[in-house]
Design a protein around this ligand. Structure first.
Ligand SMILES: N[C@@H](CCC(=O)N[C@@H](CS)C(=O)NCC(=O)O)C(=O)O
Length: 230
């Protein structure tokens, strides 16, 4: 099977959930990372310069045997099925899906303030997120972890849900988000445990050594190095 994951050169969860899932299962894929100029091109044209279709002019896109597939959740599921990290049981699959969709929802909570150029307004929006919205969602995720008997979200092994949450938490823990302190995660013991468990998985450690820009200073709120523990 011919697999290519197209994204920016960032360890953002939307791409990492697919890349790491395939890497853990030792499934070969083309880790295709584009620069900001190519990103602008695809936003204008709906294709990469080589003609690859980018259906919604957004990334990530998975190209599988020449067919472009968009949307983070769907891509994660395909990679999870290929890697044995997405349950076959319908209810368990739904439990994984609800986590991926919630990670998406949390990510989207940040979008208005990511786009806000008025610094005072941005600060206000970030305070609201830090004091209300984010702890609320982290609490819901913590409750789901508490209700499961393992330290994973679903069943007793790591799934794409755990990788997605790990990727999202790494973004917050990196400290790159203005006015959202990494300490926001401190009260959530189970989320922190999940984070450490994913981080210490040998293939995840290998992936980080291989691909992460260790120590590189951040130029924006998407450029970050991922801590090993929180
Ligand atoms: N619904 C899409 C959203 C993806 C998304 O927002 N990607 C960002 C990069 S992280 C993007 O392409 N933004 C450019 C745009 O929306 O024009 C998904 O779940 O994959």
């Amino acid at each position: 099977m011919d697999l290519k994951i197209i994204y920016l050169d960032l360890p953002f969860w939307r791409a990492e959930v697919a890349r790491i899932t395939l890497f853990i299962a030792d499934i070969k894929f083309d880790d295709f990372r584009i620069n900001s100029e190519e990103f602008s091109y695809l936003q204008e044209n709906g294709r990469l310069k080589d003609g690859t279709l980018i259906p919604f002019r957004q990334l990530p896109v998975l190209v599988i045997n020449g067919q472009s597939i968009a949307q983070t959740g769907g891509i994660a599921r395909i990679c999870g099925k290929l890697s044995g990290m997405y349950p076959e049981d319908m209810i368990e699959a739904g439990e994984v899906d609800q986590i991926i969709d919630t990670v998406t929802d949390i990510n989207e909570l940040l979008n208005p303030s990511m786009r806000e150029n008025d610094q005072a307004k941005k600060k206000e929006m970030r305070a609201e997120l830090t004091n209300h919205d984010l702890p609320k969602y982290f609490g819901y995720l913590e409750d789901i972890l508490s209700a499961n008997n393992s330290h994973w979200f679903v069943g007793d092994k790591m799934s794409i849900a755990d990788i997605a949450v790990w990727g999202l938490l790494g973004w917050f823990a990196s400290g790159v988000l203005d006015d959202i302190p990494p300490e926001i995660l401190n009260p959530f013991e189970r989320l922190k445990k999940l984070y450490q468990e994913v981080s210490k998985t040998p293939r995840v450690r290998e992936w980080k050594i291989k691909t992460y820009a260790h120590g590189k200073t951040s130029s924006d709120e998407y450029t970050f190095d991922v801590p090993d523990s929180i």
